[in-house]
Design a protein around this ligand. Structure first.
Ligand SMILES: *[C@@H]1O[C@H](CO)[C@@H](O)[C@H](O)[C@H]1NC(C)=O
Ligand SMILES: *[C@@H]1O[C@H](CO)[C@@H](O)[C@H](O)[C@H]1NC(C)=O
Ligand SMILES: *[C@@H]1O[C@H](CO)[C@@H](O)[C@H](O)[C@H]1NC(C)=O
Ligand SMILES: *[C@@H]1O[C@H](CO)[C@@H](O)[C@H](O)[C@H]1NC(C)=O
Ligand SMILES: *[C@@H]1O[C@H](CO)[C@@H](O)[C@H](O)[C@H]1NC(C)=O
Ligand SMILES: *[C@@H]1O[C@H](CO)[C@@H](O)[C@H](O)[C@H]1NC(C)=O
Ligand SMILES: *[C@@H]1O[C@H](CO)[C@@H](O)[C@H](O)[C@H]1NC(C)=O
Ligand SMILES: *[C@@H]1O[C@H](CO)[C@@H](O)[C@H](O)[C@H]1NC(C)=O
Ligand SMILES: *[C@@H]1O[C@H](CO)[C@@H](O)[C@H](O)[C@H]1NC(C)=O
Length: 414
């Protein structure tokens, strides 16, 4: 049982990669050579969302994904100790440089330097401050073992003040020895499906004498993420929640916790509707669409999802006829207890420590919350009152019976 499930998810990963490969065919690729053969190999995808100030004093964001005119000028294997770097130019507006340092048995990224030139008016229309802006970050904590090809299909996100850098489908080997890329893979932590496989691996293996009964594996509660959407400079949608997806296409439900650290999100705020979209390496999109009702209330009206299952096949569901998270406009909706948003027969979302406000957000803060009935303890009051009342009735009945007895007794003495 244990073995089978682990193996299936391994095959799933391969399929998953094949599928992704088919969906997204563009990738940056670099194969540097020296006299022995390959000395650096890299294949990856990246995009950047850059926010800049316009002459209007408003902020604009652009997402730069691979254009057709990519060049790798300046990339070098260096010598064995330094100067190893990958340099990429996206037209004249963007340059990206990453350099590596080798230690005894591993290497690391010394720095990632992204520069964007807001003077390029086709990429940055209406930019106020014209010129080149550098964004520097380092990744020295990640150690890449030598003579291994590092693989990371998951989305890695780095947020800095004005730029979101996203990297995914990474295959990398720097300091290649003897001219050939290693066949040994070093898979990043993010690619190891903790939530789906870990509970199975970590459960105590039943002793051989007992027949293994399919005990429900406890899924850990998901981490709570903040998914706030901005419109220009102002926050227009607030969402804080832990999300767990439950897909029951098969007999065994596929339970999947969303990790906020590796999940990207965007959204839209319109007067009558608001949308929050999450996506990561496994979820193509998970949309929450909120709407305004006539009685000055809002609610969760629609959920659309498209994702990859553990076996690699795609799964999509949409329902625009939902009615959850109902609260008055100008307030937020809150539910600390686990709540189930049933989207379809085969798809439900379990929410934890939920708080949302899709409309009328002022100063980026939550307004007073309307709490869900699950959190509400006042439901106990009718029970207590009811219990009290029935107690009272019993007392009255007993008193009455005793009274009757007494009066009987009275009659008898007469
Ligand atoms: C940027 O990358 C993310 C993550 O893969 C993807 O969801 C998004 O659609 C990309 N944006 C553009 C404009 O390509
Ligand atoms: C990169 O190199 C090519 C050929 O060497 C050259 O034509 C091109 O102008 C260079 N691009 C940049 C951005 O330096
Ligand atoms: C990497 O680049 C950064 C910034 O450009 C520089 O400070 C650092 O010395 C470089 N490191 C190596 C090992 O080349
Ligand atoms: C930025 O772009 C402008 C116009 O395209 C160019 O004149 C300028 O030299 C560029 N600056 C840098 C630092 O590349
Ligand atoms: C400046 O503001 C006007 C009106 O608000 C808008 O139409 C225009 O697109 C803005 N220009 C830029 C560069 O954002
Ligand atoms: C490269 O070749 C040397 C000498 O033949 C050998 O000792 C070393 O193990 C090789 N390295 C790898 C990674 O194959
Ligand atoms: C997943 O959904 C199935 C079917 O609706 C349900 O029986 C099961 O309890 C759910 N599991 C979790 C962890 O929500
Ligand atoms: C993956 O699982 C789903 C749900 O059980 C099933 O419908 C689909 O056929 C499976 N796909 C593959 C490729 O096994
Ligand atoms: C949700 O999915 C349905 C069906 O695919 C589509 O018609 C609808 O436009 C989607 N909603 C949004 C807000 O994208």
């Amino acid at each position: 049982m244990r073995f089978r499930l682990t193996r299936v998810s391994g095959a799933g990963l391969v399929l998953f990669c094949l599928l992704l490969g088919a969906v997204q065919s563009y990738a940056l690729q670099l194969n540097l050579t020296d006299s022995k053969g390959t000395c650096l190999f890299a294949k990856w995808e990246m995009n950047f969302t850059i926010s800049y100030e316009t002459t209007n004093k408003t902020h604009k964001t652009v997402t730069i994904s691979e254009p057709s005119n990519v060049t790798y000028n300046g990339s070098s294997c260096g010598n064995d100790r330094n100067g190893t770097k990958i340099v990429v130019q996206f037209g004249s507006a963007i340059s990206w440089e990453v350099n590596f340092t080798k230690e005894a048995s591993y290497y690391f990224i010394d720095s990632i330097l992204l520069s964007y030139n807001t003077s390029d008016s086709t990429t940055f229309p209406g930019a106020a401050d014209k010129g080149s802006v550098p964004v520097n970050n380092s990744l020295q904590t990640v150690k890449f073992p030598l003579n291994n090809i590092y693989r990371c299909n998951s989305l890695l996100i780095f947020n800095t003040d004005s730029v979101v850098q996203r990297y995914w489908h990474i295959h990398l080997q720097a300091f290649v020895e003897n001219g050939t890329v290693s066949k040994k893979e070093h898979v990043c932590e993010e690619d190891i499906p903790v939530t789906t496989v870990a509970p199975i691996i970590h459960t105590t293996v039943p002793s051989p004498t007992t027949t293994p009964t399919p005990t429900p594996t406890p899924t850990p509660t998901p981490k709570v993420g903040n998914y706030n959407v901005t419109n220009g400079n102002a926050t227009c949608l607030l969402a804080t929640m832990g999300l767990q997806l439950n897909i029951t296409e098969e007999k065994v439900p596929f339970i999947f916790n969303i990790n906020p650290a590796t999940t990207d999100f965007t959204g839209k705020c319109l007067p009558q509707t608001a949308q929050l979209r999450l996506n990561n390496s496994q979820i193509k999109y998970l949309d929450f669409i909120f709407a305004v009702k006539s009685e000055n209330r809002f609610y969760l009206k629609e959920v659309n999802v498209s994702m990859y299952l553990a076996n690699g096949s795609a799964f999509s569901v949409s329902n625009n006829n939902l009615s959850f998270w109902d609260a008055p406009l100008g307030s937020s909706y809150m539910c600390n207890k686990e709540q189930v948003v049933s989207v379809s027969r085969t798809f439900q979302i379990n929410t934890f420590n939920l708080k949302v406000q899709p409309f009328n957000v002022t100063e980026g803060k939550y307004s007073t919350a309307q709490e869900c009935s699950l959190d509400d303890d006042t439901i106990l009051i009718p029970i207590i009152v009811g219990a009290g009342l029935s107690g009272l009735i019993i007392v009255i009945v007993i008193a009455y019976l005793i009274g009757r007895r007494k009066s009987y007794a009275g009659y008898q003495t007469l």
